[in-house]
Write a protein that binds this ligand. Structure first.
Ligand SMILES: [Zn+2]
Ligand SMILES: [Zn+2]
Length: 420
């Protein structure tokens, strides 16, 4: 088996690994980098790919896939839920940045027609390669990829969370034997706040702001985080209006059709049933003038209604913006967090509202990543490739793998072929 990394080395974005076995060339993820502009993974010719396997719907794993469908159709394997969510996210990506993309909706249609669904825990045989998708606990539908060929066993964690959340179950880490692993390292230097404590703090602070007459904007990724926040507020008895906007609403409908994939379908049904939907500009303008919580997509404040909300809400001191996702360097969300300013139409706007950051991560923190390393060390893993993290994080996890768990570890070089 040979593997080549096409991106996501010392960066969070453009995740993609090309795996070559004797008879198959399999691409694991093909995502984009979304910081200042859109960047693609290293070049791979579509005719050199026999199969694509997708871990989850986030654009940093799925966003470049349509490029491969410009002149060809390639079989794509993923969970049913990831396929449905990726369709929404990529279509939205085209709507927001169409001019800068080399593909359009035609390529998404082709991609959907070439997709074969695979349930979590099921093993599929492809020309001498066995592929199993394991729950990744990251967002609804997310999977890790376990691949076996010619006696070699490779695990690709994709993005992984081993902590149970209000929305989904934790990742499967009871792995079969693993020879080589490719592991994410987004939060390798961060200890996450314990979930139930975090939920209480978040709900209490939202309550204080709203009871002081303010509006709380929660810019959250449309897939997963938005719905989780709605569930958290409901479960913790938040007594004021919660509005949910745009894509979060469309994604909500998809989740309704896949309730068996959620941790607590009944909580989900009740929490979403209790939230107000916002569908147009009239309702958006009304929402910002009323005390309550607005959950809107665009987790890093890039595009979408969240730009409108943040501009208006940020100007009033009694309001608040609660960030609940990782903010990639170079995004408006990171700028807000670090400098307390908003980038609006090319100029910087001073923020009067309170800005707070809540660590609702859908990724493992330091302790949980070390837990995964421990599992791997028990399975006689020969080497771990560390990806999907800023350089310091990846370095820290590689060091821990070597020092604390006796594993060989490396941050791979993009474009170099590794013979396993
Ligand atoms: Zn992700
Ligand atoms: Zn990712």
């Amino acid at each position: 088996m040979k593997i080549t990394f096409l991106g996501a080395s010392s960066e969070v974005g453009r995740s993609s690994v090309l795996v070559q076995t004797e008879r198959k060339r399999i691409l694991l993820d093909f995502g984009v980098m979304l910081d200042h502009d859109i960047r693609f993974p290293s070049y791979v010719s579509p005719k050199d790919v026999d199969q694509i396997v997708l871990t989850h719907a986030h654009l940093d794993h799925s966003g470049a896939i349509p490029v491969l469908f410009i002149r060809r159709e390639i079989p794509l394997m993923t969970t049913k839920l990831t396929s449905e969510l990726a369709n929404v996210l990529i279509a939205d990506f085209i709507k927001v940045s169409g001019y800068y993309l080399p593909f359009e909706t035609l390529e998404i249609d082709r991609m959907l027609q070439s997709t074969v669904h695979c349930g979590l825990g099921r093993t599929v045989q492809l020309d001498g390669v066995e592929i199993t998708l394991l729950d990744a606990g990251h967002i609804p539908g997310s999977a890790q990829i376990y691949l076996e060929s010619g006696g070699e066993r490779l695990l690709y964690t994709g993005d992984i969370n081993t902590t149970q959340t209000r929305l989904i179950r934790p990742a499967e880490t009871n792995y079969p034997d693993v020879d080589y692993a490719i592991m994410e390292s987004t939060y390798a230097t961060v200890e996450h706040t314990e979930r139930s404590l975090l939920e209480k703090q978040f709900t209490e602070r939202a309550r204080e702001v709203v009871e002081g007459g303010g509006t709380v904007l929660v810019p959250a990724f449309g897939v997963g985080r938005s719905q989780e926040i709605v569930c958290v507020l409901y479960k913790n008895g938040f007594p004021h209006p919660v509005c949910i906007d745009g894509m979060a609403e469309r994604v909500g409908k998809i989740l309704h059709g896949n309730l068996d994939q959620l941790a607590d379908p009944e909580l989900y049904r009740r929490a979403m049933g209790n939230a107000h939907r916002i569908n147009n500009w009239k309702e958006r303008k009304q929402a910002i003038s009323r005390p309550g919580v607005i959950v809107s997509p665009a987790g890093m404040l890039k595009g979408g209604p969240a730009s409108f909300y943040s501009e208006k809400i940020s100007q009033v001191p009694r309001n608040a913006i609660f960030l609940v996702s990782y903010q990639i360097p170079g995004t408006p969300g990171r700028l807000l967090l670090e400098k307390n300013v908003l980038a609006v139409r090319g100029r910087l706007l001073k923020v009067n509202a309170r800005v707070e950051n809540y660590d609702f991560s859908s990724h493992c923190g330091k302790k949980e990543l070390h837990g995964v390393l421990k599992e791997l060390s028990r399975r006689a893993t020969r080497k771990v490739f560390i990806v999907h993290g800023e350089h310091e994080s990846s370095l820290a996890l590689a060091e821990a793998a070597k020092q604390d768990f006796g594993l060989e570890a490396e941050i791979p070089e993009v474009g170099r072929e590794y013979a396993l």
